[in-house]
Structures are given as structure tokens and as C-alpha cells.
Design a protein around this ligand. Structure first.
Ligand SMILES: Nc1nc2c(ncn2[C@@H]2O[C@H](COP(=O)(O)OP(=O)(O)OP(=O)(O)O)[C@@H](O)[C@H]2O)c(=O)[nH]1
Ligand SMILES: [Mg+2]
Length: 329
């Protein structure tokens, strides 16, 4: 079939961001306010949290086990809650092309319910690409939350296609003694910025080089542990350095098997400048397989770079759960 360009049908992408538990629902609210182009769904045992969450769908799980409250950090309860209402979740998710699940891994709802939800989704939709963005709790939150995160991660790695881990403590190392609310807000901002750039770079509109969804799928599928950084600067190369500096995982970018580099820049940015960042990534950090996108926006005053480096090694995570590759499918 031959079309004139204005007649060419656009293949839209159906992307779902699923926030699970208090932390996940909070991210979803941020994304809702920023009008990101995705279906936003929040799932929680806690109706008080859900009542202040903004999303396209709000799903309460586990009324029988939790009676509308949180699990109080109990992973087993979180899982039971998800088992009780898995049909509601599957029905709301439908059949998207990509699902990004977000949660704070220290809680009972996030760490207990999410691995079960992801494995059920994969059973009914084997082609669905599922990425998880999970926060490791601050040390000051106590050992129980850290243990929950260990269990959650161990269960998520075999079922998710990729998992981005942010260690909240690294935020404190970098920015000193932030008050708790500010610290959470900084992690929330990183996650919201990352998801927003990712979704915008799939859109050919305004893109000088958009990220083809199929290339994205081959880049991330089965890529295991990922680190993520988001940085801004007038110069793209410096924005990349800032993104690397802002990562919240103790992983060396040189350990990455591949990388996704998404640049958003003011109109008029040259392709050469964007290529400099790409070159820096391959020459300085020896990343061989890089998928990149460049988008310009008349409203931007400076450039931003999102870097997701996949298949990285992190000492903390390996000390906690052993060799990551052994846990992958
Ligand atoms: N970034 C961010 N992290 C949060 C926020 N709230 C909680 N967290 C983190 O997420 C972890 C889990 O907390 P919640 O999301 O409240 O827990 P939950 O999944 O709702 O589980 P329960 O309440 O125990 O049933 C915490 O240990 C924190 O590290 C938030 O608003 N922003
Ligand atoms: Mg909760």
C-alpha cells in the first residue's frame, strides 16, 4: 500500500505506568500532574493513600486481608492482597505495549504485591515488556524495610524484563543531610523526569531522532539490573556528565552491557553536539551498544539527558542477593 505522508496512519503506543503501594502511587500522581503520555494506574491496599492519588485508574487490593489499610510492612499480606484482586488489576492494565511499574521496595504492598502482579501479567501477556523502577529504602528506615527490599528485588528480577534500582541512601551521600520529605521528593523527581523523557522520545513529533519502540524492546529485554541518571546543562555533554553523577546506584557505567541515551534540547541544537555526548559515552565509559534519541523543544532553555545503563554490576545489590544474572530467566 502506498500513502502520501499526511495520510500515513500513526501507530500509537499504549504505555502503562503502574504505581504500587504508597511510594509508587506518589510517582503516579507526579506523572499525572505533568500530563505524561501514558495510562496511569495506582494500586494500593491503603485507601487513604489512594484517596489522595491522581491517576486514570485507582485500584484497591486486599480488602479482606488489609481492611483498607496498608500492610504495615508485611510482604506476605501484600502478596495475598494482590492474589485477591489480580483480576481487577489485569482488567485495568488491558494489553499495553510497555508497562513500567514503580514502587518503593521497602514496603509490604510494593514488595509483596508487585512481583505477583508482574508474573501474572507475563502469564496472560507473554509479549508485554515490563520494566520496574524500584527504590531501595534509606538505611535510617530500619532493617525490616531493607529486608523487604531484598526479597522484593529477588522476586522481581526473574519476572521483569529490566529493573532500574535507585538507592535512596546515595541521595543522602550526595546532597548531605536533606530532610526526609525533601529526600523523597528528589527521588520522585528523578523517576518522574526519567519516565517523562522516555515516553516523549518514542514520539516522532519534534524528534530529530526518535527512539523506535522495537529497538527499545530489543535493548532492554532481559537486561537485568539497570541504573538511571537524569541531568541538565546548557551543553549536552555536560548534561550527560550530570546524569552520570546523579545516578542512585553504586554501579560503574563502564560495567554496562548497553545504554539508552535520550537527549532533549532547545531548538537549534546541532546534531554534532548530541553526537559528542554519544561519543563521550562510548569513549569514556566503553559502552558498546547505545540506543539514542534526540528531541528538540522550543520551550527548553537547556538540554536534559536521561541515561539508562543496562546489565550493570552493583556491589551493594550483589552483596544482598548474589549474582544478578543467576536470578534472571
Ligand atoms: N521516592 C519516594 N519513596 C517513598 C515515598 N514513600 C515511601 N517511599 C519509599 O518506599 C518504601 C515503601 O514505602 P511505601 O510505598 O509507603 O510502602 P507500601 O508499598 O505502601 O507498603 P505498606 O504501606 O507497608 O503496605 C519506603 O521504605 C520508602 O523508602 C515517597 O513518597 N517517595
Ligand atoms: Mg502503604
Amino acid at each position: 500500500m502506498t500513502y502520501r505522508s499526511e495520510e500515513l496512519p500513526r501507530v500509537g503506543l499504549d504505555i502503562v505506568v503502574l504505581g504500587v503501594g504508597g511510594g509508587g502511587s506518589n510517582t503516579v500522581t507526579n506523572l499525572y500532574r505533568r500530563k505524561v503520555p501514558a495510562r496511569l494506574i495506582a494500586v494500593d491496599t491503603d485507601v487513604n493513600t489512594l484517596s489522595v492519588t491522581k491517576a486514570h485508574a485507582l485500584i484497591q487490593i486486599g480488602e479482606t486481608v488489609c481492611r483498607g489499610r496498608g500492610t504495615g510492612g508485611d510482604i506476605a499480606k501484600g502478596r495475598k492482597a494482590a492474589e485477591e484482586d489480580i483480576d481487577k488489576v489485569l482488567e485495568a492494565v488491558k494489553r499495553p505495549d510497555l508497562l513500567i511499574a514503580v514502587c518503593g521496595l521497602g514496603g509490604g504492598t510494593g514488595s509483596g504485591a508487585l512481583p505477583y502482579i508482574v508474573s501474572e501479567l507475563k502469564k496472560s501477556l507473554p509479549d508485554l515488556v515490563v520494566g520496574v523502577i524500584g527504590d531501595i529504602p534509606f538505611k535510617f528506615e530500619g532493617l525490616e524495610r531493607i529486608k523487604n527490599a531484598q526479597v522484593g528485588l529477588k522476586e522481581l528480577l526473574p519476572v521483569a524484563d529490566f529493573i532500574v534500582v535507585n538507592m535512596n541512601d546515595m541521595l543522602l551521600d550526595k546532597y548531605g543531610s536533606l530532610p526526609v520529605r525533601e529526600a523523597f521528593r528528589a527521588v520522585d523527581l528523578l523517576v518522574a523526569n526519567a519516565i517523562e523523557s522516555l515516553l516523549r522520545c518514542f514520539d516522532p513529533k519534534g524528534s530529530i531522532k526518535h527512539v523506535d519502540f522495537s529497538d527499545f524492546v530489543s535493548a532492554v529485554k532481559g537486561s537485568g539490573l539497570c541504573m538511571m541518571g537524569f541531568g541538565r546543562h546548557r551543553m549536552i555533554r555536560r548534561a550527560l556528565e550530570n546524569a552520570i553523577e546523579n545516578r542512585l546506584l553504586d554501579a560503574d557505567p563502564s560495567s554496562a552491557k548497553g545504554a539508552l541515551l535520550l537527549v532533549q534540547a532547545p531548538v537549534g541544537t546541532s546534531l554534532k553536539e548530541a553526537m559528542d555526548a554519544l561519543r563521550a559515552l562510548s569513549e569514556k565509559y566503553y559502552v558498546e551498544r547505545i540506543l539514542w534519541g534526540l528531541r528538540t523543544d522550543p520551550e527548553l532553555r537547556e538540554s536534559s539527558v536521561l541515561l539508562i545503563a543496562s546489565g550493570v554490576r552493583s556491589k551493594t545489590i550483589e552483596d544482598w542477593i548474589g549474582e544478578v544474572e543467576l536470578l534472571q530467566r
